[in-house]
Design a protein around this ligand. Structure first.
Ligand SMILES: Cc1ncc(C[n+]2csc(CCOP(=O)(O)OP(=O)(O)O)c2C)c(N)n1
Length: 195
């Protein structure tokens, strides 16, 4: 795919969380967390500032614990590549309310734009499908993105999307950094006591 045709990351994330209803969102460290914050802070956003490789597993746990709510993980290709084993477990459990959206810019953006494995042909949507996530696709246009968003709210099956985006670096919009605060705000919004 040519680089000129790629989607813009902030547009993608704003579309994914538009009219979000009871959606729970986990964002992977770095750029995806800045993107989510740029689309508007929310009590049901779980921002990660670290734990590289763990975003999808946190989403899996949430989806299994909160089965009536849609759960969306928004993360980077580098972050997903560090925790590929999560896809095997998600594929075997297949929680119908879980969707994984990888913002695939084919680079490790935050650390200086080193090319990632997807730059040399690795297809994360194929990996996810082979792991058992049948509803897995590569997305390169807003129409397909809207369909993915609708599917996640329908909660019919676990889904995965590798969303091909530009390798740009928009200004950082920093999310709350206190993990205990973010966790307990999230829990309170679910009617759960702080821990
Ligand atoms: C265990 C660990 N290794 C490396 C890092 C450094 N690090 C932070 S963000 C990042 C790159 C993330 O790339 P990607 O997920 O593709 O996001 P992008 O910024 O490209 O959208 C790296 C390598 C880290 N924080 N933790």
């Amino acid at each position: 795919m040519s680089a000129e045709n790629r989607l813009e990351r902030r547009t993608v994330v704003a579309e994914l969380v538009r009219d979000r209803g009871d959606l729970l969102v986990v964002s992977g460290l770095g750029s995806p967390t800045w993107d989510l914050m740029a689309s508007g802070d929310h009590d049901l956003n779980c921002y990660l500032w670290g734990a590289m490789g763990a975003a999808a597993t946190i989403g899996l746990g949430l989806a299994l614990a909160q089965r009536d709510r849609p759960v969306l993980v928004i993360t980077g290709d580098g972050e997903m590549l560090m925790g590929l084993g999560a896809l095997a477990t998600i594929g075997s459990r297949r929680p119908p309310n879980l969707a994984i959206a990888v913002l695939d810019n084919e680079h490790y953006g935050e650390t200086g734009m080193q090319p990632s494995h997807t730059a040399t042909g690795l297809r994360l949507d194929a990996v996810a499908r082979d792991c058992g996530i049948a509803a897995s696709e590569e997305i390169a246009d807003l129409e397909a993105l809207a369909t993915f968003r609708a599917r996640l709210h329908a909660k019919d099956d676990a889904s995965f999307a590798a969303i091909k985006i530009e390798a740009d670096d928009p200004p950082r919009v920093l999310a709350p950094r206190d993990g205990v605060y973010v966790k307990n705000r999230f829990r309170a919004a679910l009617g759960l006591d702080p821990i």
